[in-house]
Design a protein around this ligand. Structure first.
Ligand code: DQA
Length: 139
């Protein structure tokens, strides 16, 4: 089984960025713990601060068993990423580390939520683990 995690802008700074909101663990070390927890799953990881690169990677990952997508700020702005999700058959789970609904109003809208298969929001980095569980249990 292959699961693809795609992280959007500024998520490369996890661990040092707004730690009161996103915590102090960097994504690489969290990813290592996910890989050892799910050693039977191939976990592919991509992060970019560039919208078009995220779109390219979504298209490239269409044969995964599932994509876990945290498009970060692009969640609230990107018709292009929403169209990319719509254009593939692969299951896509939208995740957010923070509870976007308890934050500024502009974070309450997601262009992705209407086109993904499921949404996991506000469980810290564990949002990614819950998304993996949801893909595995569905297979
Ligand atoms: C985020 C929430 C977004 O509103 C924000 O722009 C991010 C991270 C989250 O995981 O909580 O960069 O997607």
């Amino acid at each position: 089984m292959k699961i693809t995690i795609i992280n959007g802008p500024n998520l490369n700074l996890l661990g040092t960025r707004e730690t009161d909101i996103y915590g102090s663990q960097n994504f690489e070390s969290y990813l290592d713990s996910l890989k050892s927890l799910y050693n039977e799953v191939e976990i592919d990881y991509f992060q970019s601060n560039v919208e078009g690169e995220i779109i390219n990677f979504i298209q490239k990952s269409k044969d995964s068993n599932g994509i876990i997508l945290n498009a970060a700020a692009y969640t609230h702005t990107s018709v292009g990423i929403a169209d990319a999700v719509k254009s593939i058959d692969c299951k896509v789970i939208e995740v957010h580390i923070s509870n976007t609904f308890s934050r500024e109003e502009f974070r309450h809208n997601s262009y992705l939520s209407p086109v993904v298969d499921g949404i996991i929001i506000g469980f810290g980095l564990n949002s990614y683990r819950l998304a993996i569980d949801s893909i595995i249990k569905d297979e």
